[in-house]
Write a protein that binds this ligand. Structure first.
Ligand code: ZN
Length: 243
């Protein structure tokens, strides 16, 4: 089975459109989305509708939960700009978008693969960016393949017997899945690894291979819409540099 994996779209419709076109060209069997459909970006309803139509499985992320004002997940967890965008998004969500997001879970399992918005230890909030968090992920669950989003950084960790290794990965990186692996496809709509292009991941689960992809999109169109809608300017500015 071949699966395309995307995450952290954050209301960025131009980025999602180019990623979905690239995914379509690959003709995967399934499309998996790891959450954070909304928050930061100016098209939360359009992005949610498109993901709902195209993804076979979709998780909910911390930004989705905050936009829903879901119990126990507060806007006070965010920095001031993210909080302002979250409150803007909360006002913007249509009943239809809200109803769909409310059905989603932050974790799922498919064909021996564990999918989490953030991490197995804390599917909503924990960032897996270093060895301690990665080791915690491998200890918490037994899946040979773990997929996470949330950090907006494309990366891989490998646990081969007792040896843990891992790093940030660039566009076009291909991996053979020969041990236990934790992979983050990077972010579609707000990359934070210095590459402003939209990220996603192509998995061949039978052939045990993974390929990290990046694709250019019209950053200016998203920035213009964000500024026009009065979203915090630094959130628009950062899209140009991918940080
Ligand atoms: Zn996110």
């Amino acid at each position: 089975m071949r699966a395309a994996v995307l995450s952290d779209i954050h209301g960025n419709l131009p980025a999602l459109e180019v990623v979905l076109a690239a995914i379509e060209a690959e003709r995967p069997d399934v499309v998996w989305c790891l959450g954070d459909l909304v928050g930061y970006g100016p098209w939360p309803n359009e992005v949610t509708a498109l993901v709902r139509e195209r993804a076979d499985l979709c998780l909910v992320g911390n930004h989705d939960l905050v936009a829903l004002d879901a119990a126990g997940v507060g806007v006070e967890e965010f920095n001031p700009e993210a909080a302002a965008a979250a409150l803007w998004t909360r006002d913007e969500l249509t009943p239809d978008t809200r109803a769909f997001l409310e059905t989603l879970s932050p974790q799922a399992s498919r064909d021996g693969t564990g999918l989490y918005h953030a991490s197995p230890r804390d599917p909503v909030w924990e960032y897996v960016l270093g060895g301690e968090a990665a080791a915690g992920a491998f200890e918490t669950v037994s899946d040979s393949l773990i997929l996470v989003g949330h950090s907006h950084v494309a990366l891989e960790f490998t646990l081969d017997e007792e040896r843990l290794s891992g790093d940030v990965v660039g566009a076009g990186t291909e991996l053979e899945l020969t041990a236990r692996h934790l992979l983050n496809p990077g972010s579609v709509g707000q990359p934070r690894d210095g590459d402003p292009r939209a990220g996603w991941l192509m998995l061949d689960l039978d052939g045990r291979r993974a390929r990290f992809e990046r694709v250019e999109y019209d950053v200016r169109r998203t920035q213009d819409e964000m500024r026009g809608r009065g979203l915090p300017r630094p959130l628009a500015d950062r899209l140009a540099v991918g940080l």
